[in-house]
Design a protein around this ligand. Sequence first.
Ligand SMILES: NC(=O)n1nc(-c2ccco2)nc1N
Length: 323
Amino acid sequence: AMTVVEQITQLRSLLEQYNYQYYVLDAPTVPDAEYDRVFHAVKELEDRQPELRRSDSPTQRVGAAPLDGFEQVRHEVRMLSLDNAFNEQDFDSFDTRLKKLLGRDDDIEYACEPKLDGVAVSLLYRNGVLERGATRGDGQVGENITSNVRTIPSIPLKLIGSGYPDVLEVRGEIYMPRSGFEAFNDKARELYEKEFVNPRNAAAGSLRQLDPTVTAKRPLQMCCYSVGLVEGGDLPARHSEILAQLNQWGLRINVDSAVVSGAKACMNYYSRLGERRDQLPMDIDGIVFKVNSIADQQRLGFVSRAPRWAIAHKFPAQEELTT
Ligand SMILES: NC(=O)n1nc(-c2ccco2)nc1N
């Protein structure tokens, strides 16, 4: 028969697989009742033998006591802001300028991603374990919101699979899906409590909570879109391949991301996503186009605070919700 440690280890890894399938892949393989059964089995074992409890156990997402304030975090690799393109001409000149700088006239391969309208966040994994979560702040210094990000189910407390670097900093956007936003505001209205004006404010307000049990009740999601500090390991040579690799290690990426070549194909992607904008599960305010080759990104570098190799092509502002 299995020892208690073998039993709880097996149940935990089963729970991590269920979490990954449900919250990261949107593809659950078991009914919620089965998930609850395993969750309570692990909780039961940990309650009966507290020494078995580990901080990276799936039952330890809401553990921390309320904070008095947020500590500051210095980003070793600056978190970027993006230059904007407001029309096709802006994008064409962006593409033309890059071709000139790269000394080529064939099509540049771009990674295309919906620009999620949420809160940028940095997640630092050390030996695969989530060590700290931080806001972007001014790009150099942000706030430590680790206890709050731990409550978000699509953020793994521990990476899965193998081959990840010793230190891996993942960047992404924490956002509130529209359905969760509407449900939250309906409830708030019912209870005569404050409603949020839009999902971005709802996500920002939920991450500013000093009490993680409040954050835990907010329907937040996280979608990753790049990496920052990487030590003790190598990553693929293309941005799109890095994202695919992050997904295998347990992180959520955007299902609508794509790779296209040349400015015309980028504009085609922009128009297609623009037509679907109101049907997407979350608010987006544009499309981010990034040079897919990491070597070319490094050749192009940055201009002041924004990378030369990326641009956010915005959609026209939507009339503000009139609540
Ligand atoms: N907000 C958002 O969805 N972003 N933001 C970036 C970004 C910011 C700096 C480099 O890349 N990429 C995506 N998809």
